[in-house]
Design a protein around this ligand. Structure first.
Ligand code: CA
Length: 222
């Protein structure tokens, strides 16, 4: 999951970015309304965490401009305590959800997962192919009912693939899901994670299409 964090408070911004990255979410952080506008106009995110009180341009204006462009990227508005009017305005302007500061990280993560599910239109939270299962709620992965322990980045790669079984994702698409701006990306990182995943989960469901990308599912006829 690739997340854009729009927050001018340095402490909140830094700690949120680190926490989200530890969860294996590629997280980019901008600190004012204009930077948010420019970033949202040029890049695609799975979710936006949007503070409303921002320099340059308010979060509400950013949100209105986003929706005016027909962009349906899910947005969670972050509001100050007791700012009921802000909440209402945010939802009216097209926010999908809101969180009142200060909030617990666990709650934010749960809401991000819920947004991801709604966007994908899935009723069940568990992603699966054959007997390979990934539960985004508990972050548990299993193969044939045997639990398998994955690193945060192995997990993120597997989740991206399992969200669209059979679809081939390019290395660049997977890197987008794993890394925020300014994070060092080793050129062979994705193939290393795929190698690790095959070692842990078996090599019959995780496939490489040379020069194209990766997919999960039964092997395609060639
Ligand atoms: Ca603020």
């Amino acid at each position: 999951m690739r997340v854009l964090l729009v927050e001018d408070d340095r402490m909140i911004g830094e700690s949120l970015r680190e926490a989200l990255r530890r969860q294996g979410m590629a997280t980019d952080w901008v600190r004012d309304g204009r930077a948010a506008d420019a970033t949202l106009a040029s890049e695609r995110f799975d979710a936006v965490l949007l503070d409303l009180g921002l320099p340059q341009r308010s979060g509400l204006e950013v949100l209105q401009a986003l929706r005016a462009r027909g962009d349906t990227t899910p947005v969670i508005v972050l509001t100050a305590r007791d700012a009921l009017a802000d909440k209402v305005r945010g939802l009216d302007a097209g926010a999908d959800d809101y969180l009142v500061k200060p909030f617990e990280l666990d709650e934010l993560l749960a809401r991000l997962r819920a947004l991801g599910r709604r966007q994908a239109g899935r009723a069940s939270t568990v992603l699966s192919v054959a007997d390979l299962k990934l539960d985004p709620t508990t972050r548990e992965v299993s193969r044939a009912d045997r639990a398998v322990l994955l690193s945060a980045r192995e997990y993120a790669v597997l989740q991206a693939l399992l969200e669209r079984p059979g679809a081939i994702l390019s290395r660049a698409q997977l890197e987008d899901r794993l890394y925020g701006w300014g994070e060092e990306v080793e050129s062979n990182a994705i193939s290393v994670y795929m190698h690790q995943l095959r070692k842990k989960l078996g090599d019959d469901l995780l496939h490489t299409v040379r020069g194209v990308g990766y997919y999960v599912g039964p092997a395609k006829q060639t």
